[in-house]
Structure formats: structure tokens, C-alpha cells
Write a protein that binds this ligand. Structure first.
Ligand code: ATP
Length: 360
């Protein structure tokens, strides 16, 4: 297991990049701890695969270094980096049995037969493949084949890291749910450094100790699922994590008060607004912390519609010309068209040009 360090890393697919916009990965420096389970989360095109390929050695970055436990591996091939990789589609030998497929990475590295057997059986048990160990891989379903791929990635104890590139994309939704849990369990058991690329927030939040949120070629926040929910460092994180995402409202600030249109609210202590002149200032509040009342309380808002998503209802309102979503508590009355809204003052966040400005 290795600690992975990205030092001043940047990448452009152009031979002569001119400015920031030409970089698929903007400059970044991060340390990912040994034995950590990291998820790289972000929308399509934000640079997740580019970053994973740089870590695996499939791509040499335009600038900066990748270090494993302090050793510069930037120009090392994937084989030299001693990593395991699991891709979207199964990479297995159809003509071999499930057992031999799982044993292959260990035998290839000359592990003693007893250890091969023990590890193959451990991994097979966790992935519920034990009763299929003797079967030829080609006769199995696509789901099963992908499980074998996962097993092949997980079976070696001596890898520096295991990299997963959207490994559950082709998996049936129910099995996906089970596998997410099993992967988490396997991580606890074997304690590998794992990096898991996904654009699915549920997958990232269930798998990872730390979620690395990417947006337009930058890492905008690294945090635990709780930190991303409680204190999104960027409006994008607030919007991307959560269902529905955080409300982001244009506002202006005077002292410790924020104004959305004519409506004013007091900001929590510790909020500050350094040199906001000319910059876009926004207020963030999650739908969980918006209360909808009758028109005689709170700020007057217009109820546009209510979406019933099964577990709860979401009210969509307009406040001073801006959209606000609120999660309605179970059993609460349906508000009338002219409603009132209020925000939990302790749950307000202030953003300047997209970045959280509090706590400085
Ligand atoms: P997805 O979830 O769709 O796979 P991603 O977050 O993994 O997206 P990347 O595939 O890393 O994003 O792409 C980042 C940016 O780099 C995108 O703008 C993409 O178009 C561009 N890009 C990726 N691969 C190449 C390439 N081989 N040549 C040129 N541009 C590329």
C-alpha cells in the first residue's frame, strides 16, 4: 500500500497549451493517504479518467509529478508502478475457471500455493463466488464476469494501490448495491489504498472514506461524505452532492446581513466577505434547512410545484425571482400558492465566485 502524492500536476492534451482553458487538469497538489479509500467524483468531462490514467501510468502529465511513498513514478510504466486496475468492462480469461482467473495475478508473482489458495478463497467468499470457483468463466453472466474482474483486482496483497474506473457501470442495479457494500468490506479487511472513479454520488458516498470532488479539471473539495454535505467548499459541491442539491441564491452582503432581493437574513458568526467588490456573492442553503410556512411567516415566496419522490416531497418555490427547493417534513400540510420560507441561519453558507468564504 502506498501513499500517493500529486505534486504540481497539470495535464493538457494539446501540444502547445496557451492558457488555463487548454488544460484538462488544472494545476493540483494533493496527498492521498496510505490505505485510504478515495472516490473521484464529478460530471462527465471534468478530468477523472485523465487523473486516474496519470496515476496508473497510462498517461504522462504535461507538468508535475506522481509519487508513491515519496518515490517519483511519473515516468514509470503501469507494470513498474505495481498497481491493480479494474475497468468498466470485465478483463478476464474466458477459457480459465473462476479459481484460475482469481489465482492468476498471484501465481504470476510467484506467491506460494498455500497463500494463493487462501487469498482466492477469501476474495471469492466476500464476492459470493465460492460456489462458482470451478466453473469456466465464459459460461457466466456479464455481472459475474465483472465480479471476477473485481476479485482479480483485489486479490493481491502487495499492490501499491487499486484503481477502479467506474467498475459497476454494467452491473444490474440490485447487484450494484450489494457489490458496493462488499467493496467497502474488502477495503476494511485488506486496507489497500483505493481510488475509485465514478460520476454517481451514491456510489462515491457509500464506497469512500474521502470523496475527491472534481469540476472543470480541478479538485474543488476533498472530504468525508459528511463534510461535503455539511460544508460544501464550492457551490458546485453543494449542488452536485445531495438530492436535490443545495440552493444557491444571488445575494449581496452588508456587515453580517445577507440580502436576497429585499429580504434580509443574519449570517452565522464567522462569516466574512473579503473584498467582494465586483465578485459574484451567493448564499447556499440545503433544501433540508428551508422551512415552508404560510404567507404570514417567513419571506414571501411563490409555490411553483411539489414533487413527490416517494420518501419525501420537494417544494419548488420562487423567492425574489430565484428558485428555491425545500424538503417538506413527513406529514406536513401542503403549503398554499403564496407561501413563506425561512432558512435555518446556522446552515447558511456564503460563497464568493463559487468558493466558500466563511471561517477565514
Ligand atoms: P467521463 O466521466 O465522461 O469519462 P471524465 O471526468 O473522466 O469524463 P476525462 O475523460 O478525463 O473526463 O476528460 C477531461 C477532458 O479532456 C474532456 O474535456 C475531454 O474531452 C478531454 N479529453 C479526454 N481524453 C482526451 C484525448 N485523448 N484527447 C483530447 N482530449 C481528451
Amino acid at each position: 500500500m502506498a501513499r500517493i502524492e500529486l505534486s504540481n500536476l497539470a495535464h493538457s492534451y494539446l501540444s502547445r497549451p496557451q492558457d488555463r482553458a487548454d488544460y484538462a487538469l488544472k494545476q493540483m497538489t494533493h496527498v492521498w493517504e496510505e490505505g485510504g479509500a478515495y472516490a473521484l467524483l464529478g460530471p462527465s468531462g471534468c478530468g477523472k479518467t485523465t487523473l486516474l490514467n496519470i496515476i496508473s501510468g497510462l498517461l504522462v502529465p504535461t507538468q508535475g509529478q506522481v509519487l508513491f511513498d515519496g518515490r517519483d513514478v511519473t515516468h514509470d510504466s503501469p507494470e513498474l508502478r505495481n498497481i491493480a486496475q479494474v475497468f468498466q468492462f470485465p478483463v478476464i480469461y474466458d477459457s480459465m475457471s473462476v479459481y484460475d482467473n482469481l489465482a492468476f495475478p498471484l501465481r504470476n508473482r510467484k506467491f506460494p500455493a498455500a497463500e494463493v489458495d487462501r487469498r482466492v478463497r477469501d476474495v471469492a467468499e466476500m464476492l459470493e463466488l465460492t460456489d462458482r470457483l470451478k466453473r469456466r468463466a465464459e459460461n457466466l453472466t456479464a455481472d459475474m464476469k465483472q465480479k471476477i474482474s473485481l476479485g482479480r483486482g483485489l486479490v493481491r496483497p502487495d499492490v501499491n494501490a487499486i484503481l477502479f474506473d467506474e467498475p459497476l457501470t454494467v452491473i444490474d442495479p440490485h447487484l450494484k448495491w450489494l457489490l458496493r457494500g462488499q467493496l467497502k468490506q474488502l477495503h476494511k479487511e485488506f486496507n489497500h489504498t483505493m481510488v475509485y472513479v465514478t460520476h454517481d454520488q451514491t456510489e462515491a458516498l457509500t464506497f469512500a472514506d474521502k470523496v475527491v470532488v472534481m469540476y472543470e479539471g480541478e479538485v474543488v473539495q476533498i472530504g468525508t461524505p459528511e463534510e461535503l454535505f455539511e460544508k460544501p467548499a464550492h457551490t458546485f459541491v453543494g449542488y452536485f452532492i445531495g438530492s436535490p442539491g443545495m440552493n444557491v441564491l444571488d445575494c449581496h452582503v452588508e456587515g453580517n446581513r445577507a440580502y436576497v432581493g429585499d429580504h434580509q437574513m443574519t449570517l452565522p458568526r464567522g462569516h466574512s466577505l473579503p473584498e467582494a467588490g465586483g465578485k459574484q456573492v451567493q448564499l447556499g442553503v440545503r433544501p433540508e434547512f428551508v422551512t415552508v410556512t404560510g404567507p404570514d411567516q417567513g419571506m414571501p415566496a411563490r409555490l411553483e410545484r411539489i414533487d413527490d419522490v416517494g420518501r419525501y416531497r420537494i417544494a419548488k418555490l420562487t423567492l425574489a425571482g430565484q428558485q428555491v427547493a425545500a424538503i417538506l417534513p413527513e406529514g406536513s400540510e401542503v403549503p398554499s400558492d403564496t407561501a413563506g420560507v425561512s432558512f435555518d441561519p446556522a446552515r447558511l453558507h456564503l460563497y464568493v465566485d463559487g468558493h466558500l468564504s466563511e471561517g477565514r
